[in-house]
Design a protein around this ligand. Structure first.
Ligand code: BGC
Length: 387
């Protein structure tokens, strides 16, 4: 064999090994994928269904999603100098997800995001008891909510992933067979769009969201206190001792919840002992009611800027609310994909969603999906940099 042919063979062998070990898109590994996740570390049969890892890339953004809970495992975005970092907290393997104490990282949440008091729902006059996984209460769809289900992969391309799941009648106590489709799409404008669609054969509450925890300086790079946050909202839903939303008329003006103008996320967290709402939640863990000119309007809900890296994330949504959670419960017991502990207040979640569920129909607008309805909503996360 001639020397140059031998060289070519050696090179292709090298690329084959590198690509198959790290990523389906070999080029990303060399240039832009900031975390070398291995697809095979996510391959596992759970309850007869195959889990895997899917890589998406468009514009300057690349990401990895597993069909276990439809979880965003990683999202790489450039800083002001073009340096990539993974801005979503996640784990390096399916086994790490299965053993983690934090169970919602990056996941699709359903049937109902948030808490339901005593797990009791009333659907058009019929009472149902839901699985109680937060003391006596029901949280984020219950123990085996959508975050812990293996979703079917309907389609997968270089820029998109479409997942479906059939939630059977009675699952976690909810009525009706609900067919859900969630699609993730990256566009050349560095935007991630998540679209949710669902239908049901019996009336059921439905309120879907994604529970990604972000740190725009990168996973495991310290607290989120310096992140500058703006939320286009004048009211939050105050909570009680059980962290249950109880009303929708708490004016935020002049309170630690006021993010109408850009403010460091940590600035008023120091008031946790004197502000009753911060104290009850142990930080931010509240629904913001978004200012909308009309219902179902795609509007800019929140902007987050990390000043050192210059990374900026804008959240647009059709949903009426956004839930701000300042990662108040992490204790460093779980080890993230970069080998570092997932610590208290080192990430935040901004979960777009409906109003909280309440049996008292006068408190919040209904989030019941009827068999004649089509559930359809969209949220866009746009990534860019400020100078
Ligand atoms: C809830 C928190 C909960 C957390 C779990 C948030 O959406 O509001 O109370 O502990 O999710 O990650």
């Amino acid at each position: 064999m001639k020397l140059d042919n031998a060289m070519k063979l050696l090179l292709s062998l090298f690329f084959f090994i590198t690509c198959s070990n790290y990523n389906v898109y070999c080029q990303d590994v060399k240039t832009e994928n900031c975390v070398p996740l291995k697809a095979e570390d996510f391959q596992k049969n759970i309850n007869g269904k195959m889990v895997g890892l899917y890589f998406l890339k468009n514009g300057r953004i690349s990401m990895a999603i597993t069909n276990y809970g439809g979880r965003i495992v990683s999202l790489c975005a450039p800083d002001k100098d073009g340096k990539m970092a993974d801005v979503v907290v996640g784990f390096k393997s399916i086994d790490d997800y299965l053993k983690a104490t934090g169970v919602y990282h990056g996941a699709i949440i359903g049937r109902v995001a948030g808490r339901i008091s005593n797990g009791k729902i009333d659907v058009n006059g019929t009472n149902y008891s839901l699985q109680q996984n937060a003391g006596n209460h029901h949280l984020h769809g219950g123990l085996n909510g959508f975050h812990n289900q293996v979703w079917e992969v309907k389609s997968s391309t270089e820029t998109s992933l479409v997942l479906t799941y059939l939630s059977k009648d009675g699952e976690m106590g909810y009525p009706g067979n609900v067919q859900i489709e969630v699609s993730y799409q990256l566009n050349p404008k560095n935007e991630l769009q998540i679209e949710y669609k669902a239908t049901t054969d019996k009336s059921t509450p439905l309120n879907l969201t994604n529970h990604a925890f972000f740190n725009l300086a990168g996973e495991a790079s310290g607290t989120i206190y310096n992140h500058l946050l703006t939320i286009h909202a004048d009211y939050i839903c105050p909570i009680n001792e059980d962290k249950m939303a109880i009303a929708k008329n708490y004016t935020i003006i002049g309170t630690p919840f006021d993010f109408r103008n850009e403010k460091p996320m940590g600035k008023d967290l120091v008031l946790q002992d004197s502000n009753q709402q911060l104290k009850l939640a142990g930080g931010y863990d509240h629904h913001y009611i978004l200012n909308k000119k009309k219902k179902q309007e795609m509007s800019l809900a929140a902007i987050v800027v990390e000043p050192n890296s210059g990374r900026k994330m804008e959240v647009f949504t059709l949903e009426p609310c956004i839930h701000l959670f300042s990662a108040n419960f992490f204790k460093g017991t779980d080890i993230g994909k970069l080998g570092k502990p997932i610590n208290y207040r080192e990430s935040f979640a901004l979960e777009t969603q409906r109003y909280p569920y309440s049996v008292d129909k006068k408190v919040f607008p209904s989030n019941i999906l009827n068999p004649t309805d089509k559930y359809h909503t969209k949220t866009i996360y746009r990534f860019s940099v400020v100078e």
